[in-house]
Design a protein around this ligand. Structure first.
Ligand code: NAP
Length: 496
């Protein structure tokens, strides 16, 4: 019998009022049911928001260092449970074990960062223009935060939202992706074990259209932190505007790696293999375009195709698997349809291009790592996010042309250039339009203590990660303290 899971509202595990449920299955073996989860409704969201609203009035008064102490315990529990969590996550969403271990580690890093931020949350003191007057700006929590997350980093992305939200004194209503509800449940359970008081973190499972939409439209939710597709991000922006909520969006990408003719080709090869096919290409920062200098184009392409053909597809829990399945059937269908689009656009398919169904692979949603070459920058496979193991290779003849091609999409999340020329590297840092630029590093590999996010249609200017996310989760309050004992009129008395 599959295990049955519940929502977590006001400190209690509880079923959805709807009584409805949904199944979650292992993408590497569709016969394996991970669990049964509540298919929640607007009513469940309202209960969670009420609990979060009530808890906020107490939680905001807990000193930030004490909130940080709880975050440290959360980090310790994640360390203790790292291996078990990673295995659970691979079973739930398919990426290989080394990667889910990394995903948990990012959650650990984020917890410990939050713990120390409890003793910072710096404000500003500035001189007043008046005598005998003190001026400062302090950070205050905002209120109830709705956190809506995707499935591809089922631990890291929720922790990037929930930990800073809570550390800063906000309370949370968390809606995880329907493909990764189990990891979310374990994370919330760990937070409770660490001592997060009731109502501070509430978990509501269910579909984006119903639960996510109800969170975004609830007038008592002050903040929305959303990570997911650009289409849903635009919808959320429209919906949230009716109550003027603050919204942070981390959306899609069409990231590129440039390889110049002076690059260390072996290093660049390792980079693109990891960037394009790690997490089965299902990362917002995945390398989806490879921009190759014409002088090394043929040599590098041969090296790349040779190594890609040797990548071993398989269940991420088994040693030796390099690439896991797509997360579900729908996502695999999207990949297959883009391969058809690429063929119709007359790009040259040099590797993969098929559903993988040999032996055990037939039980899951596997797709062969795929490479198109002779791709033109304007083709759909070079412009649209595919979110799967498909790489488009584009020929270029100069640094400036490479950067123009890299910049030529609606997205601007991650970017990479391999070169040994320091001048080229610095020009790329200056001219690439992206939230992240890597030099001699693939497009993936963000660290928890730096700002994370993108420009153009990848986001709306906010950043997750590091110190930057605390700007999202706090309001500035300016405070003036006059100890002169008389009315002092700013801008007037001192200029008369
Ligand atoms: P998605 O379909 O946009 O879903 C993301 C989350 O939003 C899920 O929890 C989903 O619920 C929910 N949702 C769906 N429709 C909604 C609505 N109308 N209102 C409110 N919430 C709604 O994205 P995904 O397929 O899970 O993830 C892949 C996308 O995320 C890619 O575009 C990728 O680039 C992007 N991503 C971006 C970043 C970044 O930091 N920039 C990081 C990771 C992923 P259900 O699961 O129930 O549908």
């Amino acid at each position: 019998m599959p295990q049955i899971f519940q929502n977590f509202i006001n400190g209690k595990w509880t079923d959805s009022k709807s009584g409805r449920t949904f199944e979650n299955r292992n993408p590497a073996n569709w016969n394996d049911v991970v669990g049964i989860f509540p298919k929640s409704t607007k009513e469940d969201v309202e209960d969670a928001v009420s609990a979060a609203r009530a808890a906020f009035e107490k939680w905001r008064l807990v000193p930030a260092p004490a909130r940080g102490d709880i975050m440290r315990k959360v980090g310790d529990l994640l360390v203790k449970n790292k291996e078990e969590l990673a295995r659970e996550m691979t079973r739930e969403m398919g990426k290989v074990l080394a990667e889910t271990r990394g995903d948990v580690q990012e959650g650990i890093d984020t917890a410990y960062y939050a713990a120390t931020e409890g003793r910072r949350l710096f404000g500003h003191t500035v001189p007043s223009e008046m005598p005998d007057k003190f001026a400062m700006a302090v950070r205050v929590p905002v209120g109830v935060a709705g956190i809506i997350t995707p499935w591809n980093f089922p631990m890291e992305i929720p922790t990037w939202g929930i930990f800073p939200a809570v550390l800063a004194g906000n309370t949370v209503v968390f809606k995880p992706a329907s493909d990764t509800p189990k990891t979310a449940t374990t994370l919330v359970d760990i937070m409770m074990q660490a001592g997060i008081p009731e109502g501070v973190v509430n978990l509501v499972h269910g579909g984006g259209g119903e639960v996510g939409n109800a969170i975004v439209n609830n007038p008592d939710v002050d903040l929305i932190l959303f990570t997911g597709s650009t289409g849903v991000g635009k919808q959320i922006t429209r919906d949230a505007s009716s109550t003027l909520k603050r919204v942070s969006l981390e959306l899609g990408g069409k990231n590129a790696q440039i390889v110049m003719d002076d690059a260390d080709l072996d290093l660049a090869l390792e980079g693109v293999l990891w960037g394009a096919f790690g997490t089965t290409g299902q990362r917002c920062t995945a390398t989806s375009r490879l921009i190759l200098h014409e002088k090394i184009y043929d040599t590098f392409l041969d090296m790349l195709v040779d190594r890609t053909k040797k990548l071993k597809l398989g269940n991420g829990l088994l040693p030796g698997s390099d690439v896991g399945p797509c997360v579900n059937e729908g996502q695999r269908n999207v990949v297959a349809s883009y391969v058809e689009i690429g063929k119709n656009e007359k790009a040259n398919l040099v590797c993969g291009g098929k559903i993988a169904s040999d032996g055990e692979l037939s039980k899951g949603w596997f797709y062969e790592p795929t490479i198109f070459e002779n791709v033109k920058p304007e083709m759909r496979i070079a412009q649209e996010e595919i979110f799967g193991p498909v790489l488009s290779v584009i020929r270029t003849s100069s640094l400036s042309q490479s950067i123009d091609i890299l910049n030529g999409t609606i997205y601007g999340l991650s970017s990479s250039i391999y070169t040994r020329d320091v001048n080229s590297a610095f020009k790329a840092i200056r001219d690439i339009k992206a939230g992240i630029t890597y030099i001699n590093v693939p497009t993936i590999g963000a660290e928890a203590h730096l700002p994370f996010g993108g420009v153009k249609q990848t986001g709306n200017g906010h950043r997750e990660g590091g110190w930057a996310v605390y700007d999202f989760f706090t309001e500035w309050k300016s405070v003036y303290i006059d100890y002169s004992g008389k009315l002092q009129r700013a801008q007037i008395d001192n200029y008369e």
